[in-house]
Design a protein around this ligand. Structure first.
Ligand SMILES: C[S@@+](CC[C@H](N)C(=O)[O-])C[C@H]1O[C@@H](n2cnc3c(N)ncnc32)[C@H](O)[C@@H]1O
Length: 214
């Protein structure tokens, strides 16, 4: 059974042993006065919890993991990776207004997550080469994002990234991306659910390079 952890104050929640802010937390209210995320990065989305559960079940995070979270928003999945022993974690987002929320949540958990303001399509092969695990939750909600992500995934695999794990409730651009990834990578799409902090269901797309013939 999980350990009962007493919350230090109201409007926080504990999930997979990390503390996260509810939208009505006093710090979120203060941050909102100065930083207004404008590409849906205004809360922690449920796909982050699917990622945490998947990572825990498959022991994905290792002490050698150099993790890049795409479209990190408030960075819950990044914080999970940092707290669970990843070597280095970077959150990337096109909207710099999400980072004060990420930094506040990282500080609450005593972990360091680096921040990078950039769009998926602007990540070069050389920049991708630095990471061995790329992940993201709720980041493929428009058709153009699916196209961008497909190109980025192709570049990442070519530059040596070993694994890319994406989660989504099952929107059509994400399912189309999953289908397309099977053409050039070893990609599996699995239905997944999580019961913490509430019941959520969706899909995990786990992508690895195709084995080359020796
Ligand atoms: C629905 S939110 C999900 C946030 C976070 N992954 C979570 O699960 O809580 C989508 C995030 O993707 C970011 N985003 C959208 N388009 C992007 C792009 N082209 N490049 C990088 N980030 C992007 C948004 O700013 C937003 O923070």
């Amino acid at each position: 059974m999980p350990e009962v952890i007493e919350l230090p104050e109201n409007n926080l929640f504990n999930v997979f042993n990390i503390l996260l802010l509810e939208n009505k937390h006093r710090l979120v209210k203060q941050l909102k006065e100065c930083y207004e995320p404008n590409v849906h990065g205004h809360k922690t989305w449920a796909s982050s919890f699917l990622l945490m559960d998947y990572f825990q079940t498959h022991r994905v995070i290792k002490s050698t993991s150099q993790v890049l979270e795409l479209g990190c928003g408030w960075g819950a999945a990044s914080i999970y990776c940092a707290k669970n022993g990843a070597k280095e974690v970077t959150g990337l987002d096109i909207d710099e207004n999400v980072f004060p929320y990420l930094k506040t949540q990282a500080a609450l958990n005593g972990v360091d997550v680096k921040c990078k303001t950039k769009s998926y399509d602007k990540l070069t092969a050389k920049q991708l080469d630095h990471y061995n695990l790329i992940m993201g939750g709720d980041i493929c909600f428009w058709d153009e994002l699916a196209q961008m992500l497909e190109k980025m995934i192709r570049r990442a695999l070519k530059s040596g990234v070993k694994r890319i794990v994406l989660a989504d409730p099952g929107r059509s651009p994400f399912l189309e991306l999953a289908e397309r990834c099977t053409e050039f990578a070893k990609a599996s799409l699995t239905e997944w659910y999580v019961c913490d902090p509430d019941y959520y269901e969706g899909f995990i797309l786990d992508i690895k390079p195709k084995k080359t013939k020796s």
